[in-house]
Design a binder for this molecule. Structure first.
Ligand SMILES: [Zn+2]
Length: 244
């Protein structure tokens, strides 16, 4: 009887915290003050780009994804050539994004927040993951019951790649590793890291910077749903590029 009671108690814990997380998700709001603040600070196109890349594409999304900390350790599992590419990109990211978030290269894969793998021909990962996702894939893991990131794994294709292409793919996937789940294929965003003709861009664009700034703004509740954001900022606006 006491034993039964004990099991009952411990089995309730996850259910109640799950309920708490569900409760947070359904009560997250963008109030009038936030709407005013974002509309004043960002252009319509900047808010649109954020909307497209921060939420999951072609589906409902019940919240954003981001890191709680602003310094991430990154482990690169690759050749000297590949490590060098990653190093260069990290310094570019750090110089552009330093006010928001920063990457530090580590030699210890066990403590790394972000792991980048360059699987070689014979490995299982290269044949399954990369064949399916073609060039690169980012796999985020979030903390239990929250939308905060815990760990991210990135896999980059290594076969038939030139340096520029590999650089652009690493840049694209690293951008995903900061919490961005989507892409946009609309014209004004063609030169952004997560926009348009993926993997062709090699410059961090102003839209990328602004999207990151919005995602990591303390006013932006991580539990805001895609629908709520759409209702406040996207609906009732005509975006010129929608005609394409
Ligand atoms: Zn992508």
């Amino acid at each position: 009887m006491y034993l039964k009671l004990f099991f009952l108690v411990i089995s309730i814990i996850p259910i109640s915290s799950d309920f708490y997380s569900f409760y947070k998700k359904t009560t997250a709001v963008i109030d009038m003050e936030d709407v005013y603040y974002l509309n004043k600070k960002y252009s319509e196109n900047e808010l649109y780009y954020f909307y497209k890349v921060a939420f999951r594409e072609n589906s409902y999304d019940f919240g954003l994804l981001k890191w709680e900390k602003n310094e991430l350790s990154l482990y690169c599992n690759g050749s000297d050539f590949e490590i060098n590419i990653v190093k260069n990109i990290i310094s570019e990211f750090n110089s552009k994004f330093e006010k928001i978030i920063k990457f530090n290269l580590t030699n210890n894969k066990d403590i790394a927040d972000v792991n980048i793998f360059f699987p070689k021909k014979s490995s299982l990962i290269n044949s399954s993951f990369v064949r399916k996702h073609k060039l690169g894939v980012t796999i985020p893991t979030n903390q239990l019951y929250t939308n905060m990131l815990k760990k991210v794994d990135i896999f980059i294709k290594t076969k038939d790649m030139n340096k520029l292409r590999m650089k652009n793919i690493v840049k694209h996937e690293l951008m995903h590793s900061l919490g961005f789940k989507g892409h946009t294929y609309n014209l004004p965003f063609d030169n952004t890291i997560l926009g348009g003709t993926n993997y062709k861009n090699n410059q961090i664009n102003e839209f990328d910077y602004k999207a990151l700034e919005i995602l990591y703004d303390n006013r932006i509740d991580v539990y805001i749903s895609k629908k709520k954001f759409h209702n406040k900022f996207i609906r009732n606006k005509i975006f010129q590029f929608d005609v394409y």
